[in-house]
Design a protein around this ligand. Structure first.
Ligand code: SF4
Ligand code: SF4
Length: 268
């Protein structure tokens, strides 16, 4: 099945397979296999960046979806009797489970899926009824001798005992409503308005990553937002202007709250 693997690897995408029934969230007629893959999206931090990388990029469904649909079309040409369905979201599979079960990734102490391309990756998959088995050797993690992510976590969300999601800044910055003073202080300390990349940045499996081969014009990356950017925008306008960003679906109020917390301090 090298021919199937090649379609992914020539685009710089790792791939592995897992039986659909081991990872399915809802049934899909005839599907037996998940081809799970990962799109690297790392880029070096920009000056004053206050949005986590995934949120600074335009919606990955667009460019990742295009690649997966192209691969699915090529597979259909090779195997016209079979079905190939590309997903980058709303998938009938548990993507994280598929990545871990297939050997595409291993789970780190930072609670992330770590692949041979690191953990700055978006997961996507092609579901098929083709009898195909693509094995993969997950990266060998040495978390017990490392612990860097636990030490670097700014709010104690990572511990030797496990992940405390309610303390994670990726969760807190995206949570709706009023925050406690403790949560607001955690945002001030971390200086990020949306998300948090600390536990990925310090992980040795992300050391020396090349800027990802996502073909984006540089001005499509939006590293920073300020309260001034939001001034005078209705919620509808905010959603419209930023519709291509991962934070837009939450609406203006959540981002504005976070920026107020950050800028309160800056302005004394
Ligand atoms: S994303 Fe940030 S706050 Fe959440 S676990 Fe990682 S380092 Fe901690
Ligand atoms: S930083 Fe170290 S302990 Fe944390 S996930 Fe990476 S290798 Fe494991």
């Amino acid at each position: 099945m090298d021919i199937v693997r090649d379609l992914f690897t020539r685009r710089g995408l790792p791939v592995a397979s897992v039986p659909f029934d081991q990872v399915q969230l809802r049934p899909v007629d005839g599907v037996t296999t998940v081809l799970i893959t990962a799109l690297p999206y790392y880029f070096p931090l920009r000056e004053g960046q206050n949005l986590a990388r995934f949120a600074a990029l335009p919606d990955y469904h667009r460019y990742f979806g295009d690649q997966l649909r192209e691969i699915a079309a090529e597979l259909s040409a090779l195997y016209p009797q079979n079905t190939f369905l590309a997903y980058t979201d709303n998938s009938p599979t548990d993507e994280q489970k598929a990545a871990l079960r297939s050997g595409l990734a291993a789970k780190g102490k930072n609670n992330l899926c770590i692949t041979e391309k690191g953990s700055f990756v978006f997961l996507g998959e092609i579901l098929t009824d083709l009898a195909v088995s693509l094995t993969a050797e997950p990266p060998r993690l040495n978390c017990d001798a490392c612990g860097r992510c636990i030490a670097a976590c700014p709010n104690g969300a990572l511990t030797e005992e496990g992940f405390r999601y309610e303390r994670c800044l990726a969760y807190i910055t995206q949570k709706k409503g009023e925050l406690t003073e403790e949560e607001a202080e955690a945002i001030r300390k971390n200086r990020m308005a949306w998300g948090c990349d600390r536990c990925s940045e310090v992980c040795p499996h992300n050391a020396g990553l090349p800027a990802a081969p996502i073909a984006l014009p540089p001005n499509e990356i939006l590293p920073r937002l300020t309260l001034q950017d939001l001034e005078g925008l209705s919620d509808r306008k905010f959603r419209e202007i930023y519709r291509d960003r991962a934070f837009a679906w939450r609406g203006k109020a959540t981002m504005q709250r976070n920026l107020m917390i950050l800028e309160e301090k800056e302005h004394g």
